[in-house]
Design a protein around this ligand. Structure first.
Ligand code: COA
Length: 220
């Protein structure tokens, strides 16, 4: 961590931040696809399709082909969902970080810099549903720089900013497939406060559970 510095975002960091966020999200596609395959309705559909085609066509090749095609389509659907989430995030805040995070006194965006390169990011802003909390967002660390304690340092930066602004807690949302993030937040003292499936139809099909975590800050 000696050569790593956590500092406030500058406009010249924009491309690196967007790349780190996009790569960090895209890497969850394989785990999300596996998650989909583990769902009983998905297994039932594949089984029924296979059995129906094998009995009606008396051929082995056709059902194998159909199941393969269905799996490929399902994977494309997961890729599409992640790309849509990435596009929405870019549109909502990551294309205008200065405007979204650096104008108000209760929000901020930081990057982790290593040897002059941006290797991680995190942000926070007032939580929509909990006025006493700031929400931690956009946590991501470049793959080549993982396991060095960068995310822990970014978490601490958000906690101390939140405490200094007089808020009672930090909240954040992560998902069932982001297992490294879950370990990180639990390691940093966050408590899981809620589990729910996102309201979108696609999330319901995937049974894509979101977790809400909270870190209560004790003022001394
Ligand atoms: C989650 C993420 C930010 C962690 O970054 P990192 O810099 O590697 O994390 P750190 O080195 O600071 O590790 C912090 C702690 O998290 C846990 N952790 C992180 N990665 C882990 C892994 N692969 N296996 C087990 N524990 C892990 C450990 O408890 C670790 O502490 P320890 O090393 O003292 O045991 C990183 O994996 C990432 O960017 N993932 C993709 C984007 C993402 O999912 N972001 C979360 C959005 S909610």
């Amino acid at each position: 961590m000696d050569n790593i510095q956590i500092r406030k975002y500058r406009e010249e960091d924009a491309a690196a931040v967007k790349e780190i966020f996009t790569m960090g999200m895209s890497e969850h596609v394989p785990a999300s696809f596996m998650h989909l395959l583990k769902q009983p309705p998905a297994q039932m559909l594949l089984m029924c399709l296979f059995c129906a085609l094998i009995t009606s066509s008396k051929s082995f090749l056709l059902p194998v082909l159909a199941v393969t095609l269905l799996l490929a389509a399902a994977r494309q659907f997961v890729v599409y969902m992640f790309n849509r989430y990435i596009d929405t995030s870019l549109r909502k805040d990551l294309n205008q970080i200065g405007e979204t995070y650096l104008k108000g006194k209760d929000s901020c965006f930081w990057v982790a810099e290593c040897d002059g390169c941006v290797v991680g990011s995190v942000a926070c802003l007032p939580a929509e549903k909990a006025p006493e909390c700031l929400e931690l967002k956009r946590m991501s660390v470049r793959r080549s720089h993982r396991g060095m304690g960068i995310a822990k340092a970014l978490c601490r930066t958000v906690a101390s900013f939140t405490r200094d602004r007089g808020y009672a807690a930090v909240v954040l949302y992560t998902s069932v497939v982001q297992t490294d993030a879950q370990k990180l937040y639990e390691h940093m003292g966050y408590q899981k406060t809620r589990e729910f499936v996102a309201p979108e139809l696609a999330a319901k099909i995937l049974n894509f559970t979101l977790f809400e975590y909270r870190l209560d800050l004790h003022r001394d």
